[in-house]
Design a protein around this ligand. Structure first.
Ligand code: SF4
Length: 364
């Protein structure tokens, strides 16, 4: 396995603020706790690491490696990923396995971490450090045309189609952290199991849990009862293990620097979060900044919006805003040009039934 140059030993770590001593002199070591967690929940068929190339997922990958557990690394291509991020991800690996929508896959060996890719056989990548790139059924452009409206904060259909529908029946390890949003604090724990029936199993096992809003359960304990629940549920439900859920931004950066973990240099240019270019979740200012930085993506979105308007016309749908006359107009609407006149636009609900509804209404 190719090493990426990070320090694997924990010698000298007592200096880190990730390790604290409480009033009773008891050591609290977030790194060791994360390592212990992934060791205690290790499934027989390897972890499925949801890897984005962002700072949280590179930390989790290092934790899995330090723990010595089995894991596969999966990167979901959203088709609107920052190119620098994709190049960074590819450079970390010796082979890329493209998982295609029909369930088949293709291997590509990466030439010494450079951008030159060449086809490879299963044998030639065996034993190499690999990453799976999941190719979605529909690209962002196709999704926009298919749904006939742009993704919005409340109607983020793209996340479901491009990011969240993978890893069924596996224990998925993520870099989710409470620090990132209050919603995550309510809906995610050290272990999160998505399925109402998981609560029954937890009760049978005498495990402690809370409910989340998606009919799942969240558990913040790594005791024997929790482990049994995970063992019993992981084949039939989506089980997520979030080993750095309680880490702060400072913890993440301290770990990255202390262990010399390579990270995407976009962080050194002022980006604090890396993800889809133009994501509506980050708000108008971030959206505009990103589309200015990656103008090619802006052009592609405008062209997708043109096709989207054509599809709406074909189906006899009225448009949501007077700006929806061209792809460029939809782009202006999408990035907040009209927000004072129409503060609801980013929170627009699903626009499915359009015929006969007056322009400007919530269901145009
Ligand atoms: S654009 Fe935002 S909402 Fe859509 S897939 Fe990407 S992160 Fe999710």
């Amino acid at each position: 396995m190719k090493e990426t140059g990070y320090k694997a030993s924990r010698e000298g770590d007592d200096e880190l603020s990730l390790i604290v001593y409480d009033l009773f002199g008891e050591k609290r070591d977030k790194v060791q706790r994360a390592i212990d967690l992934v060791r205690s929940f290790e499934p027989p068929d390897k972890y499925y690491l949801a890897y984005s190339g962002g700072k949280d997922s590179i930390v989790v990958e290092a934790i899995l490696r330090m723990a010595g557990v089995g894991y596969e690394i999966h990167y979901n291509m959203t088709t609107v990923d920052p190119p620098e991020l994709v190049r960074f991800v590819i450079r970390q690996f010796e082979a890329v396995i493209y998982d295609l929508p029909d369930g088949s896959f293709k291997y590509f060996a990466v030439n010494g971490g450079s951008r030159l890719l060449f086809p490879a056989t299963a044998q030639s990548v065996t034993g190499k450090r690999c990453i799976h790139f999941t190719i979605p059924k529909l690209s962002m452009r196709q999704l926009i045309v298919h749904k006939q409206f742009p993704p919005t904060r409340l109607a983020r259909y793209c996340c479901e189609a491009l990011k969240e529908s993978h890893g069924e029946g596996r224990v998925v390890v993520t870099g989710v952290r409470w620090d990132e949003s209050a919603g995550r604090k309510r809906n995610q724990g050290t272990v999160t199991i998505f399925n109402g029936k998981a609560a029954q199993v937890a009760e049978q096992q005498g495990a402690r849990y809370n409910n989340n809003r998606a009919r799942g359960i969240i558990m913040n304990y790594d005791d024997a009862a929790t482990r049994r629940v995970v063992e019993m549920c992981y084949r039939t439900h989506k089980t997520m293990l979030n080993p750095i859920i309680d880490w702060t931004d400072e913890d993440v950066w301290e770990f990255i620097h202390a262990y010399n973990i390579p990270y995407c240099k976009l962080y050194d240019t002022g980006c604090t979060r890396l993800g889809c270019v133009g994501c509506p979740m980050g708000g108008y200012a971030a959206q505009r900044r990103e589309l200015k930085r990656w103008p090619q993506y802006r052009k592609l979105y405008v062209s997708a919006f043109d096709d989207m308007l054509e599809a709406r016309r074909r189906d006899g749908k009225l448009n949501h805003s007077s700006l929806w006359q061209s792809g460029e107009g939809v782009m202006q609407w999408w990035t907040g040009y009209e927000r004072k006149a129409n503060p609801e636009q980013v929170a627009m609900p699903l626009l499915t039934t359009a015929v006969g509804v007056t322009e400007g209404s919530e269901t145009a």
